[in-house]
Design a protein around this ligand. Structure first.
Ligand code: BGC
Ligand code: CA
Length: 338
């Protein structure tokens, strides 16, 4: 069995084993937008590990139940209903459609079950419908700024290699995440803004959504590679999976790592860090590494009826903002060791 698949099987059976010595059971319902998402499945696996760790050091039994929304908001609504019927103590929700949060907040309030949204940010008014609705995630624009900085540094240090046609303008393509995702919009905007604010002239050759997906990104990149070839001087990808999809195409076409355009992603996944070591990926941005820990801490504190401000750094009563970190050619090895 593939390791990823095995991990998922373990993940979904993890809550079955009962321990008679445990005195209290906490039920946490975790609804995710799509299980086949690299970043989200990493977050959930880490939550599962932290739950087992916490159980090991307390009398608490943590029943973490994961529901895969399969990118279908109607399905996810049913899953939330089921969690509430099951009597869950806390809900963690990674919305399929982040504009649909109001309904979930109202359902949670009616049942008196605190709800923590993560990664897919609801609009502010929806969060403000109830005091026990929270959002945990990073500020999307910061990741775009880091991407811009990484490219700017290489533009400064290695101009001859980056500006292949020597026209003083950076010709780029943009691989975007899902169209309405805050991170896709903000990364697309701020990566470029950071360069233009620094005085770099840019020219967009092409941009399109590849829905965070490696295969879809490869399909786009393959078209662009045929159309523009070595005119492409930079590839901005809203996440690492899409950056890796672009790299797949260039490797397949026989482009050597040192001949590749500057390519940047976001997430700092293990395969992305390997690509940095191989010299194909130019940089990435670590995405809210603390998210699983903060979700668990907040969920357990809400379960215990404690003041959530003691468990997490709350801003404006509803938000826990987490950091992004720039991962560049100088520091990537320290991220590999984490
Ligand atoms: C991550 C993507 C992921 C998406 C899911 C983003 O923050 O960078 O890799 O697909 O969240 O919502
Ligand atoms: Ca150029």
């Amino acid at each position: 069995m593939l390791p990823a698949l095995l991990a998922c099987v373990l993940l979904f059976t993890g809550c079955e084993n009962r321990d008679p010595e445990k005195t209290e059971t906490v039920r946490v319902g975790v609804a995710i937008y799509q299980q086949n998402d690299t970043f989200i499945s990493n977050v959930v696996q880490e939550m599962e590990r932290l739950a087992r760790e916490k159980e090991g050091e307390s009398l608490l039994k943590i029943n973490l139940s994961i529901a895969d929304g399969q990118s279908n908001q109607t399905l996810q609504m049913e899953q939330v209903d089921r969690f509430l019927d099951w009597g869950c103590d806390v809900l963690c929700v990674n919305m399929v459609d982040r504009t649909a949060a109001a309904v979930i907040v109202d359902k949670a309030e009616e049942a008196g079950v605190p709800v923590i949204f993560f990664n897919r940010q609801p609009v502010e008014e929806d969060l403000q419908r109830w005091e026990k609705a929270y959002y945990v995630g990073p500020r999307g624009e910061q990741s775009g700024i880091f991407q811009g900085q990484i490219v700017w540094e290489q533009w400064q240090e290695d101009r001859e290699r980056v500006d292949r046609n020597g026209d003083g303008v950076l010709q780029y393509v943009m691989l975007e995440g899902e169209p309405s995702h805050q991170d896709a919009l903000l990364r697309t905007e701020y990566s470029i803004k950071t360069l233009t604010n620094a005085g770099v002239l840019v020219e967009k050759l092409a941009s399109d959504t590849a829905n965070w997906n490696r295969g879809q990104a490869a399909a786009k990149m393959s078209q662009w590679h045929q159309e523009f070839g070595s005119q492409i001087e930079a590839v901005f990808a809203n996440n690492d999976d899409m950056a890796l999809g672009a790299i797949d195409v260039l490797l397949e076409a026989g482009v050597a790592p040192e001949e590749m355009p500057v390519i940047v992603g976001v997430d700092a996944t293990a395969p992305a860090l390997e690509a940095m070591a191989a010299g194909t990926l130019s940089g990435t941005v670590q995405n809210a590494k603390e998210m699983p820990q903060v979700l668990m801490d907040l969920a357990l504190s809400l379960y215990a009826g404690e003041d959530p401000a003691q468990a997490a750094d709350l801003t404006a009563e509803h938000y826990v903002w987490l950091p992004y970190r720039e991962v560049n050619r100088e520091n990537f090895r320290s991220f590999q060791e984490e």
